[in-house]
Design a binder for this molecule. Structure first.
Ligand SMILES: [Zn+2]
Length: 118
């Protein structure tokens, strides 16, 4: 009786402490030719000027806290494309690869992080 109650409490606690599923990235724009010094967590901030998208910034989804900046201008290399889905979630391509530090490699599709297994 007590045992089953404890099991139930433990089951409930394990659910409580289970890591939350990764939150989806939101999309925000700033009218500037540069990204803000602080980028909110789980947000892709896009710098645009006169309708032209310059760059996108986000905080690495692995939790390392690094700032990732991606160029969106058509004539630079490397560059990324960004698309806004109907529910205002960002999709970026190609995949994003941190070539130092945490070495995260992931896709961002409709605000969801899809990790690449390297
Ligand atoms: Zn990272």
């Amino acid at each position: 009786m007590i045992g089953s109650l404890l099991r139930r409490v433990r089951f409930w606690l394990s659910g409580w402490f289970r890591p939350a599923p990764p939150a989806r990235y939101a999309l925000a724009y700033v009218d500037s030719d540069e990204l803000p010094s602080v980028i909110p967590d789980r947000t892709v901030v896009v710098a645009r000027e006169a309708g032209e998208l310059w760059s996108a910034g986000l905080i690495c989804p692995c939790g390392c806290g690094r700032r990732i900046e991606l160029m969106l201008l058509p004539k630079v290399k490397p560059r990324w494309d960004i698309r806004e889905s109907q529910n205002e979630r960002p999709t970026l391509w190609p995949s994003i690869w941190a070539n130092d530090g945490c070495r995260s490699h992931f896709w961002l599709r409709d605000g969801m992080v899809e990790w690449c297994k390297d």
